[in-house]
Design a protein around this ligand. Structure first.
Ligand SMILES: *[C@@H]1O[C@H](CO)[C@@H](O)[C@H](O)[C@H]1NC(C)=O
Length: 154
């Protein structure tokens, strides 16, 4: 009896912890088009939900483009930050570490003015759809485990 009970308690703990560890997404900005000055990044970002812990990969030929993380004013006016702040490897991976608005632009030539810029809003990992899904899942699992535990202890 005791071992059955331990089994269900273990299962309950796993069921509660599992959903919150399984959700980071890696986005390649522009998908197969990568990061360039002939793509609509607003359209690309439009239907996506970004969460803390997700990553953005900016893929391009080094030297042709670069990536600056900027603020809203710099984004709107295509103001380039100091050159040494540029990411320029051609495979720049950024982890979305905090919730809120994030702005990125290319600092090469006039690419930003031509539309090579990305604006996204990052949501807390426990918010919105993820949170609803996780809590719904947890309720089902807890109910299942509780019923199982009653049988185990009967
Ligand atoms: C954006 O950054 C620039 C330069 O670092 C700064 O002067 C400006 O006040 C910032 N704007 C906002 C809205 O934070």
């Amino acid at each position: 009896m005791a071992s059955n009970k331990q089994f269900f308690v273990t299962l309950a703990i796993v069921a509660i912890i599992l959903p919150s560890t399984a959700s980071a997404t890696d986005y390649t900005v522009g998908d197969d088009s990568g990061w360039n000055n002939k793509f609509d990044y607003a359209a690309w970002a439009k239907d996506k939900q970004f969460y803390v812990g997700d990553t953005l990969s900016f893929m391009y030929t080094p030297g042709s483009h670069n990536v600056f993380k900027v603020n809203g004013t710099e984004f709107d006016q295509c103001i380039k930050p100091e050159p040494q702040l540029a990411l320029a490897t051609g495979n720049d991976v950024i982890t979305l570490a905090t919730p809120g608005k994030k702005w990125y632009m290319c600092g090469v030539a006039q690419h930003c003015a031509g539309g090579q810029k990305l604006f996204i809003t990052v949501q807390d990992a426990s918010s919105a759809a993820n949170g609803i899904f996780a809590s719904g899942y947890q309720i089902v699992m807890i109910a299942t485990v509780a019923i199982g535990a009653m049988f185990a202890m009967a």
